[in-house]
Write a new protein. Structure first.
Length: 152
């Protein structure tokens, strides 16, 4: 190989290494609960007043910053960069009253009276709600039921 090709290959490898290092630098960082956005702290205080924050982390994914929080009950909550919740996973416990829009709560109560909602993902255009009977329900942003599937 010529010196010119070797130098070019070295430069490319070095550049890739710098890019990799830079992308990993701020991707996951443990933070104190006081460093969470005010909206996230208010949400936790309102819906999980008896729980403490065990772990809080600031993450970056595809250039978007978000926060992951684990509470003393094992509940995991994801917040966007402004502190608005985007996912709440209470594992095997029921989501606190008021997190889901009333229209979704009514639908679940009417159609799955023996089930409880344990997880919700707020996504662009709607909600995905996981019930404790392995059923996942999809709702539009206004709470209109769209579909149901078994999710094992």
């Amino acid at each position: 190989m010529s010196k010119k090709i070797k130098k070019s290959m070295f430069a490319i490898v070095a550049l890739l290494g710098v890019m990799l290092f830079a992308s990993c630098g701020d991707s996951d960082k443990e933070i104190s609960s006081s460093s969470l956005p005010d909206a996230a702290k208010a949400f936790i205080t309102q819906y999980f007043p008896m729980q403490t924050i065990l772990h809080a982390e600031r993450d970056k994914d595809n250039g978007t910053r978000y926060y992951e929080v684990t509470l003393s009950s094992g509940t995991q909550i994801d917040f966007d960069s402004s502190g608005t919740w985007i996912k709440v996973d209470c594992k095997f416990n029921a989501l606190p009253t008021g997190i889901l829009p009333d229209k979704i709560t009514t639908y679940i109560t009417d159609n799955y009276p023996a089930a409880i909602a344990t997880e919700v993902d707020k996504e662009y255009g709607g909600y995905q709600v996981q019930l404790n009977n392995a059923r996942k329900l999809i709702f539009s942003a206004d709470g209109t039921f769209i579909s149901s599937q078994i999710d094992f």
